[in-house]
Design a protein around this ligand. Structure first.
Ligand code: CAO
Length: 415
C-alpha cells in the first residue's frame, strides 16, 4: 500500500526533540526524510542519557525512526554545495537551530528561494517575533513562558512542569500540521513558503482553556470549579488548580486500594452531571441524587471537596482496575493512573502499533511509541533510526555524485 506523503522529500536539519518529532511523523506518513548531521558528532541526543556505552541513546532512536542520515559539514564550502544540491532536490527544509543559525550558515530564506522557489522552510523557534526572538529555548522554558507552569501544580506550592513534552513534541506536532498545509497550498500556488511554530505559541495553544479562565476570573472574580472555591482566595491571575478538571465536569484524582505502597494506585474520577444518580448509587449515597444540596451541578460546586472525599472512601475499597470496570459499567467517566511500566506492557497498545518493539543493529530490541495518528490508507511501519551518516553515500549517489567525487568530498571533510 502507498503512503500519504509518498514522493515528498524532507531535508531534515533538526536536532534534539522538537524538530525530530515533526520529521519523524512526516516519515511515518511516507515522506523520505534525509537527516543532515554534523560529521563525527551528529545530533547531540545520540550521546545524551545513554544507557549502553557507545550506542545511540534511546533519546535519539525514539525520535528518529524511518529517517536516513547523511553527514555534511555545512560550514565547509564544498559541504555547502552539497547542501545546495539537497535543497534543489527536496520539497521541505525543516530546522530547529538557534535563531539566526541558518542565516549564519549562508542559507537565508532568499538564498533558499533562489535555489528552489518551491521549497517550504519550516522552523521551530522558542519565541515568535518580539523581545525574546533571539533566545534559545528548551522544553521546560517553553512550558514556563507558554502558561503551562503557572497553571500546573497545587495552589500552596511552586509552579510545576508537566512530564508531557508539550513544548518540544507539542510544537513538533504543530509544525508538522503547518508543513502539510503548506504542501497542500503549494499544489495550487506552485510556491513554497515559510512555516514557523514558536514553542511559546504551541504551549499557549495547548493552554487555551487557561486564557479562557483568565477572562472569566477578571469578569467574575471567582471560578467555582476550582479547588480554591469556596474557602480559598483568588488573586489576579489564573491559579494552579491541582487535579481539578479543565472543563465543566468536576474531577479529581482519588486513592484506590493499595495506594499506601503503590504510587500509582489512583484513579481520575469525573462527576459528570448526566450520570450523577448512578454515581450516588455506586458509592452508596443514593440520597444525594435527590437532596437539593447535591442534586444539581451548581449545588455541588461548593461541596466538591466533601463529595470527592466520600467517593474516595469507595474507590479506596477497590483497585484502580476494579473501579474502572465498575464505573464504566455505569458509563461514569474515569481513568486509572497508569504507570509507564503498565503502559509498556499493555497488550492493546502493542496491537494497535502505538507501542512498538524495534530492532537496532547496535542496541538490540527496544520499545518505542509508534505513530499515534492512524490513517486507514497509509499504515505506519516503524523502522529503526539511522546510524550516523549511514546513508551519506546512498544520498550522494542520488544527487548525482560519482564515487570519485564522494571520496574527494570525504577527504576534504565536506561529508
Ligand atoms: N555542519 C556544520 N555546522 C552545523 C551543522 C552541520 N551539519 N549543523 C549545525 N551546525 C551548527 C549551526 O550552524 C550552529 O552554528 P552557529 O552557532 O555558528 O551559527 C551550531 O551548529 C549550533 O546550533 P544551535 O545553536 O542550534 O545549537 P545549540 O546546541 O547551541 O542550541 C537549542 C540548541 C535547542 C537551544 C537551539 O537550537 C534552539 O533554541 N533551537 C530552537 C528552539 C528549539 O527547537 N528548542 C527545542 C530543543 S529540544 O528541547
Amino acid at each position: 500500500m502507498g503512503k500519504a506523503l509518498d514522493g515528498v522529500r524532507i531535508l531534515d536539519f533538526t536536532h534534539v526533540q522538537s524538530g525530530p518529532t515533526c520529521t519523524q511523523l512526516l516519515a511515518w506518513f511516507g515522506a523520505d526524510v534525509i537527516k543532515v548531521e554534523r560529521a563525527g558528532a551528529g545530533d547531540i541526543t545520540r550521546e545524551q542519557l545513554r544507557d549502553i556505552p557507545d550506542v545511540d541513546s534511546l533519546y535519539f532512536t525514539m525520535l528518529n525512526h524511518n529517517k536516513r542520515s547523511v553527514t555534511i559539514d555545512t560550514k565547509n564550502p564544498e559541504g555547502k554545495l552539497v547542501l545546495e544540491a539537497l535543497i534543489q532536490k527536496c520539497d521541505v527544509l525543516v530546522e530547529n537551530f538557534a535563531p539566526g543559525a541558518l542565516d549564519r550558515m549562508g542559507f537565508t530564506w532568499e538564498r533558499i528561494q533562489e535555489l528552489n522557489p518551491k521549497m517550504i522552510v519550516a522552523s521551530v523557534k522558542g519565541f515568535g517575533p518580539g523581545p525574546y526572538e533571539d533566545c534559545k529555548v528548551y522544553e521546560n522554558v517553553a512550558q514556563c513562558v507558554g502558561g503551562s507552569a503557572s497553571t500546573t501544580g497545587f495552589d500552596d506550592g511552586p509552579p510545576v512542569v508537566t512530564g508531557a513534552q508539550i513544548g518540544d513534541s507539542g510544537t513538533g506536532l504543530h509544525l508538522a500540521l503547518g508543513i502539510v498545509t503548506a504542501l497542500y497550498q503549494r499544489t495550487m500556488t506552485g510556491r513554497g513558503q515559510k512555516v514557523l511554530a514558536a514553542m511559546q505559541d504551541g504551549v499557549l495553544n495547548l493552554c487555551r482553556v487557561k486564557l479562557r479562565d483568565q477572562q472569566r476570573l477578571e469578569r467574575t472574580g471567582v471560578m467555582k470549579e476550582y479547588p480554591q472555591y469556596p474557602n480559598g482566595t483568588f488573586g489576579e491571575a489564573v491559579p494552579r488548580a491541582g487535579n481539578a478538571s479543565g472543563g465543566g465536569q468536576p474531577g479529581w484524582i482519588l486513592k484506590c486500594k493499595g495506594w499506601e505502597a503503590d504510587p500509582n494506585a489512583y484513579i481520575y474520577f469525573i462527576t459528570q452531571a448526566p450520570v450523577w444518580a448512578k454515581i450516588c448509587n455506586v458509592i452508596g449515597k443514593e440520597e444525594w441524587a435527590t437532596d437539593p444540596d447535591y442534586a444539581t451541578p451548581a449545588a455541588r460546586l461548593p461541596r466538591l471537596k466533601e463529595i470527592f472525599a466520600e467517593i474516595e472512601r469507595w474507590t479506596m475499597s477497590k483497585t484502580k482496575f476494579e473501579a474502572m470496570e465498575i464505573l464504566n459499567g455505569h458509563d461514569i467517566p474515569c481513568g486509572p493512573i497508569l504507570s509507564m511500566k503498565e503502559i509498556a506492557e499493555e497488550p492493546s497498545l502493542r496491537k494497535t502499533g502505538t507501542i512498538v518493539e524495534v530492532d537496532h543493529p547496535t542496541r538490540g530490541k527496544y520499545l518505542t511509541v509508534g505513530n499515534p495518528i492512524k490513517l486507514s490508507d497509509s499504515p505506519t511501519e516503524v523502522t529503526r533510526s539511522p546510524l550516523l551518516g549511514e546513508h551519506t553515500d546512498e544520498v550522494m549517489a542520488e544527487l548525482g555524485y560519482s564515487l570519485e567525487q564522494i571520496s574527494a568530498l570525504r577527504v576534504a571533510g565536506a561529508i
